[in-house]
Each structure stands twice: as structure tokens, then as C-alpha cells.
Design a protein around this ligand. Structure first.
Ligand code: SAM
Length: 269
């Protein structure tokens, strides 16, 4: 049975992230990828000292901390997430930082919790987990001040090289028994149109490729919430076995290193 109710999809995502804190933290401490992606996105969006920024889907705070460094003491970062466990870890890590604050909130309901105008709203590695993109962007538009920036990045897939073969997709096309069968929560290809329909202007897009070893890819997907996206409803240990078989297959084809490619979009109110 396919889950279509967006509220049920969100509950599943929240519960997967509630179970992901430890592996998320150990992956991030080792590789610093979410921090790297935040810096890239912040540069694209022109984040500067003194700005007030909302970090939507802040998780355990890797993106919040990077943004707090960029906006400095005169700026402010508000981390938003709906996973209590991810937020608990973020709060514990940043309890001494005066320029950060965390709020438990569904990204679709931002305007119910934010009663001040913000300069930028960033979704670092989170927008593709939000089933209703138009509702999500509408609430962001409400909260942004005039001239405010919205920016987001999303996982496009694992590639043999930037612009090369989408490896997980081709395993699916070959009908391999260990091919990922998860469906995308949000159709991120609609983001430029949805941004424009919401009222955003100056819309731009691009990609950020990250070169990875097979070991790193394995650790990335050993985060329960990440592997659940590839093999939904399969028990965790089974998911890891299927992933091992998939990575062996890809590497036997001579694909090493691999490229994890992230797409990005930005717009202006
Ligand atoms: C891949 S993590 C990224 C965390 C963080 N931005 C970073 O760079 O490390 C995605 C986060 O988005 C959160 N998230 C997903 N959908 C959400 C929603 N509808 N509202 C609030 N948070 C959401 C998840 O709970 C998770 O913590």
C-alpha cells in the first residue's frame, strides 16, 4: 500500500528522525557535510553578519551553528524542526549561544510561531522531506520581510560523476533486487514554478556535487532516516544489507569515487 496522506508521511518522517540522532551526529562529526552544504547555501543566498535567519529543518543543529557563525553576535538564527529528539540534541549543543533559538514547529506552519520579520529562510537538506511544497513556501513568504531571501537544497541522487549516470535510478531500471524503491516525498523539480507562483522573484538554481568514498555513502545511509527514504517499510538491518549489495554492485561497475549531487534554488520576496 502506498502512503498518500501528507500528514501520515510527515509522522513517518518525524519518527524516523527521532530515531536518527546518534548516527546523524556521528556521521556529521566525521564528515561535516551538512555544515559544508550550509556554508555553500549561505554563500549562494548572501547570508551576512547581523541578519535574522530561519533554519528550517535544523535537525541536530549543524546548519544552525554554521549560520550562527555567519550572522555573528548582532544577528540571530532561529532553528525550526518537528522532531523533538533532533531538537533536544540541537538545544543541548547550543545552550550557550546567545544568537540562536530553537522552536518546535512543522515547517508548513511557520507563520503561527514566528511573529517577527526575517531576512532569510534556508532549508538545508530538508525541503525534499516536505510533502506540500506550496504550503511550505507560502508560510515562508509570510514570515519574510520585503527583499528577504529563501534558499534550499535537496538531494538529487548518487552519480558516477557530476552530470553522469544516476546510479540508484539505473539499478531500479535494471530491476535489481537490491535497487532502492522509495518514492520521493516532494517533487523538487516543481520548486522554480512553486517559488514563482508563491510570489518569489529572481529565482535561480544550480547544483553542488560532493565527492564521496563508498564508506562515506554507507555511513550516510546508515542514518535510519536516510536509508528509510531508499527502502521504506523494510526493517533497518535489512535496509543496510540491501544498501551493501547496491554499493558492491556500483563499485564493481568501476564507479569510485561516487558523487552525491545536491540541487539548490533561491528566490527573493
Ligand atoms: C536531513 S535533516 C537536516 C538537518 C539540518 N538542516 C542539517 O543541515 O544538519 C532534515 C531535518 O528536517 C526536519 N523536517 C523534515 N520535515 C519537516 C517539517 N515538515 N517541519 C519541520 N522539520 C522538518 C527533520 O526532522 C530533520 O531534522
Amino acid at each position: 500500500m502506498t502512503v498518500k496522506d501528507p500528514e501520515i508521511i510527515k509522522q513517518i518522517i518525524r519518527s524516523n528522525f527521532d530515531k536518527s540522532v546518534q548516527s546523524y551526529e556521528s556521521y556529521e562529526q566525521k564528515y561535516g557535510r551538512f555544515r559544508q552544504l550550509t556554508y555553500e547555501l549561505a554563500k549562494i543566498c548572501g547570508i551576512q553578519e547581523g541578519m535574522t535567519v530561519c533554519d528550517i529543518g535544523c535537525g541536530t543543529g549543524a546548519s544552525t551553528l554554521a549560520l550562527a557563525e555567519l550572522v555573528g553576535e548582532d544577528g540571530r538564527v532561529v532553528g525550526i524542526d518537528f522532531s523533538d529528539e533532533m531538537l533536544k540534541a540541537a538545544r543541548a549543543k547550543m545552550k550557550n549561544l546567545a544568537n540562536t533559538k530553537f522552536i518546535s514547529c512543522d515547517a508548513e506552519r511557520l507563520d503561527e510561531k514566528i511573529d517577527f520579520k526575517v531576512d532569510a529562510i534556508l532549508y538545508n537538506a530538508s525541503i525534499f522531506l516536505m510533502p506540500n511544497l506550496s504550503r511550505t513556501l507560502r508560510t515562508a513568504y509570510e514570515v519574510l520581510g520585503l527583499g528577504g531571501i529563501v534558499g534550499m537544497n535537496y538531494l538529487k541522487g548518487m552519480f558516477s560523476e557530476p552530470g553522469g549516470v544516476n546510479l540508484f535510478l539505473s539499478a531500479k531500471e535494471e530491476r535489481l533486487e537490491f535497487a532502492p524503491y522509495g518514492r520521493k516525498v516532494a517533487d523538487v523539480r516543481t520548486l522554480p514554478d512553486t517559488l514563482s507562483q508563491t510570489g518569489f522573484k529572481d529565482i535561480e538554481e544550480g547544483v553542488t556535487p560532493l565527492e564521496m568514498t563508498g564508506d562515506e555513502v554507507k555511513e550516510f545511509y546508515s542514518i535510519p532516516a536516510q536509508s528509510a527514504g531508499l527502502y521504506p517499510k523494510t526493517p533497518y538491518e535489512e535496509r543496510l544489507k540491501m544498501l551493501d549489495a547496491l554499493l558492491d554492485h556500483v563499485q564493481n561497475k568501476g564507479c569510485a569515487p561516487l558523487f552525491q549531487v545536491w540541487g539548490w534554488n533561491k528566490g527573493k520576496k
